[in-house]
Design a protein around this ligand. Structure first.
Ligand code: CTP
Length: 231
């Protein structure tokens, strides 16, 4: 039996972001959005109120999910923060870490004799860290980490640095898992614990992830109830 999430407000980000260079070019990545969409679908099936903030993907909107489409990391940042307050944030999007310093309003043309082009990039704002530091911080904040090596060390580093409650790490570059595939394997880390999920389909993983989120929420100290004694 899967844990009910009835009444919980869950915000999920999914897919890549596209950072425009000029009217015809952008910097993107290979995220398909499948993992985030599978989580959103499974959470809605369990009765949660789901807001899905999606980068540019080719995925149908899951049933009973309220979807907002965005393109850039800056737009995703604004859309996620405006979806708060929420009980849970799941940052499954592959957000660009860097964006062009400026957008060229007309197409960049090759200049005669020009052998290279240097693009200036600046850091994007970290949505996950900003949600975790927000005055309306969700009770549980989950981030993803794509790692090629030293999975646990990097994942635990992100847990602390971004002050989140759970990190779902997946090893990229391994056959049968990762960005474009239908299957994946996740290693979940939280302060004082870890659990391996999969390899399995992204639907099965989404369900297992929501079970764990239910467990972690139940394990967190409930908010202190107001004192009624008068001393
Ligand atoms: N993330 C975010 N906003 C950004 C960048 C990343 O919210 N501007 C979130 C992603 O949604 C994901 C997690 O942060 O949940 C991934 O963390 P990040 O440090 O970007 O991971 P990597 O790209 O794997 O980082 P690194 O380059 O340090 O390996």
């Amino acid at each position: 039996m899967s844990t009910s999430l009835a009444g919980l407000r869950i915000v999920v980000s999914a897919g890549p972001t596209y950072e425009d260079i000029d009217p015809v070019r952008f910097i993107g990545n290979r995220s398909s959005g499948k993992m985030g969409f599978a989580i959103a679908a499974a959470a809605a099936q369990r009765g949660a109120q789901v807001r899905l903030i999606a980068g540019p993907v080719h995925q149908p909107t899951p049933r009973d999910v309220q979807r907002t489409d965005v393109r850039s990391a800056a737009q995703m940042h604004a859309a996620v923060l405006s979806a708060l307050p929420a009980d849970v944030y799941i940052g499954a999007a592959a957000v660009a870490d860097f964006t062009p310093r400026s957008f060229a309003g007309s197409k960049i043309k090759k200049q005669p004799g020009e052998e290279g082009l240097t693009l200036q990039l600046v850091r994007t704002r970290d949505i996950l860290a900003d949600v975790a530091a927000h005055p309306q911080r969700p009770r549980l904040v989950l981030g993803f980490a794509a790692e090629t090596d030293e999975v646990e060390r990097y994942a635990r580093g992100k847990l602390e640095r971004k002050r989140v409650d759970l990190i779902a790490a997946n090893r990229v570059g391994v056959e049968g898992s990762g960005f474009e595939s239908d299957d994946n394997a996740l290693q979940l880390f939280w302060p004082g614990g870890e659990r391996a999920l999969g390899p399995a389909s992204k639907q099965v993983l989404a369900d297992a992830l929501l079970d764990l989120i239910g467990e972690r929420l139940a394990a967190m100290t409930p908010l202190a109830s107001p004192r009624t004694d008068q001393t």
